[in-house]
Design a binder for this molecule. Sequence first.
Ligand code: ATP
Ligand code: ZN
Ligand code: MG
Length: 322
Amino acid sequence: MDSLPALDRDASPEALPDSPAAEAPTFLDRLFDAGLLVRTGVDGLYGRSGAFESVVEALDRLVSRLGADDKAEVMRFPPGMSRSTFERSGYLKGFPHLAGTVHSFCGNEADHARLLACVEAGKDWTEKQAATDIVLTPAACYPLYPTAAARGPLPQGGLLFDLQSYCFRHEPSLEPTRMQLFRMREYVRMGSPDEVLAFREVWLDRGTKMMAGLGLPLAVDLANDPFFGRAGKMLANNQRNQNLKFELNVPVNSVEKPTACLSFNYHQDHFGTTWGLTQADGSVAHTACVGFGLERITLALLRHHGLDLDAWPADVRATLWG
Ligand code: ATP
Ligand code: ZN
Ligand code: MG
């Protein structure tokens, strides 16, 4: 299915403003018009309708069913995490441009009066905003590693966790699949290199079958994270050369630039070393995670099966809602 006629051309700057493509409603426009996503005035920040949420929830349950036999330990963190944990995680080395911090007012009454005057005048009012102890969670698994490490060495055979969180990334975009706040469902495996790589293989297979079973065209490809700056190019090359990241891509916004809906990441001993997480025998633990982008999979389904959920293929509806 490499030429879906109904897929919008990529909304790239090359599209001339007076070309017919520029006038056609985009996928995002159609999602707003159908009420599936709700405008907030900020690109990448949307409300979701009940119908949209019914798909997200069904996908969440479907992922749980796929992983049910593994008896993962369920843990849920809020969408904010400890700033000191975040600093130590190394996220700022790779992705300073995506991070979101929570700031709060720390002034006196005179500062408050100035703040209100600035708001009134439409000027910058954030002078007395100071960083709090909380940053926005960039990926569902980030708060987990120090939590697991604090329990002491892993038991024989390692550990498996089930996570879900809203995640923040400062990447405003008009592509509905690139949100600033979105939900990531994850499984995270901690153990020996063999154990975590076997876990990743299992989920590459399960994830592919799940998405194919939902009637979505897909391709699994080697990938890299968008590391910042010139040093980032090297990190991205290393990640690729070592086969550390795979993505399951589905054409959603365009056929030329398919969207990563699932990702399969092997961190080697990065988090084990960072957090002093060890295996039962005392050697440093390796970790891997599989991430499901719940909004992205929902959008892929809407893109391919239409905006009316009742009209989706019967087998897809049965898989999601039984
Ligand atoms: P991309 O290359 O498209 O930026 P990513 O490599 O940043 O994706 P991961 O960091 O692996 O993605 O995140 C795990 C999953 O979270 C992705 O497979 C995707 O489904 C989802 N995801 C990532 N970024 C976004 C976003 N901005 N909006 C919605 N979902 C996202
Ligand atoms: Zn993860
Ligand atoms: Mg990204």
